[in-house]
Design a binder for this molecule. Structure first.
Ligand SMILES: Cc1ncc(COP(=O)(O)O)c(C=O)c1O
Length: 398
């Protein structure tokens, strides 16, 4: 999944609806040069502490206050992207053969780590409000999972954000069944409207591990992410970080730190939100214009993706191939389900120039119309408006 996505990104002329990253900040080269010049190069020479640079931890702790999350710099661990945070936390909480709860659909990078770990995955269907809490409770009771993985804000791939009430109920269930939560907030900060504080902000019992990244706001290639880990879990995860890579690149940390210190980050975020909102609106208009009326999609209030639900019988693999032949790269929804057994859907990034959105959506819209008018669709089974999931919980052992 990862390799073809990155390859498609480098293919000239390809309209890539699969790859969700920010537009590069214009001033990053300048900031990077300044960051590297201001200190004697010797400071980059020795190894660092595994938890990362204290200055950067302080800056991130301050930044998190604006998200409604108050933490001490000493609760932070700087990671090599949030992918490493996922891997460290999952390896800490989960042993081979353990049950783990994920949302279905969810981020495929998390599914891969769990599969690699030999975990048994339970995919709880998403509703318009987040994972179905009744089903969650049933499975917490029957399977006693060791971890709940949730993307509470601008969920990847659906773009949904859970309400404060959903967050409270999810945490209450986790407390009742003493099941840790891994809260992945990779899309932190790129919101168009106000969002509820993270679940971690409600956590009094060190049950929630939080992670995020600068990949979606600054540059994925810098590989700087962070975790908030409290209580006894902190030291245990630090030891795992040491085993993995000793510490995150000092140069990358210094660049991010300089970016935060200079005030450029705040301005950059504000510009990013405005640009992303415009792109989202362009995509919504294009979907209305070009997609057949049976198709449904989510309307995210931030993040980088929206989720398109398709009629059950549509030949999505063929459409993907035909779109690719016309230089449009699509990611099918099945990639986001444990065992790849979801329902017909696509995840689309709206973070593209308006002309690419317009052209790409018109191509995909024509293909959808072609197959719908060919009678491939059983209209009785069209997805009901507002219903995010017709997916049955999948209990999958790898
Ligand atoms: C939900 C989620 N978590 C984690 C990651 C990993 O990102 P990175 O390692 O670049 O911080 C991604 C990347 O797409 C993601 O969408």
């Amino acid at each position: 999944m990862y390799t073809p996505l990155v390859q498609a990104q480098t293919q000239p002329g390809m309209i890539n609806f699969g790859y969700g990253y920010p537009r590069p900040p214009k001033d990053i080269n300048l900031i990077a040069r300044r960051a590297l010049r201001q200190d004697d190069a010797d400071i980059f020479f020795p190894h660092e502490m595994p938890q990362g640079q204290l200055t950067l931890c302080r800056q991130i702790a301050q930044m998190l206050v604006h998200q409604g999350l108050e933490v001490f710099p000493e609760d932070l661990i700087i990671t090599n992207g949030s992918q490493q945070g996922l891997s460290l936390a999952m390896n800490y909480y989960v042993q081979p053969g353990d049950w783990v709860i994920v949302e279905a659909p969810t981020y495929y990078g998390a599914i891969s780590i769990l599969e690699n770990l030999g975990a048994k995955i339970i995919g709880i269907p998403m509703t318009g409000e987040g994972m179905n809490l009744d089903l969650l409770e049933q499975y917490l009771h029957s399977h006693r999972p060791k971890l709940i993985y949730t993307i509470s804000t601008f969920h990847n791939p659906t773009g949904l954000t859970t309400t404060q009430n959903h967050r409270q109920q999810l945490l209450a269930l986790a407390e009742k069944y003493e099941c840790p939560i891994l809260e992945d907030n990779a899309y932190e900060g790129i919101n168009f409207d106000a969002v509820p504080a993270p679940i971690k902000a409600l956590d009094k019992n060190n049950l929630v591990t939080y992670l995020s990244t600068f990949s979606k706001t600054l540059m994925p290639g810098l590989r700087v992410g962070y975790m908030v880990v409290t209580g006894k879990h902190y030291q245990a995860i630090i030891e795992r970080k040491l085993l993995h890579d000793l510490h995150t690149s000092s140069i990358s940390q210094t660049i991010v730190s300089e970016y935060l210190a200079s005030g450029h980050y705040r301005r950059h975020l504000s510009r990013l939100r405005t640009d992303n909102l415009q792109s989202r609106n362009t995509m919504l208009q294009a979907l209305e214009r070009y997609f057949p009326e049976e198709i449904r999609w989510t309307v995210p209030t931030g993040g980088l993706f929206l989720w398109v639900q398709l009629p059950d019988d549509i030949p999505i693999g063929t459409i993907r191939k035909e779109a690719f032949a016309q230089n449009v790269y699509l990611v099918c929804g099945s990639a986001f389900f444990p065992d790849k057994q979801g329902y017909r859907a696509m995840r689309l990034t709206f973070c593209l120039p308006p002309e690419e959105i317009e052209q790409g959506i018109s191509i995909v819209g024509k293909l959808l119309k072609k197959y719908i008018s060919k009678g491939c669709v059983d209209t009785e089974r069209l997805i009901v408006k507002h219903r995010i999931s017709n997916y049955q919980p999948l209990v999958h052992s790898s």
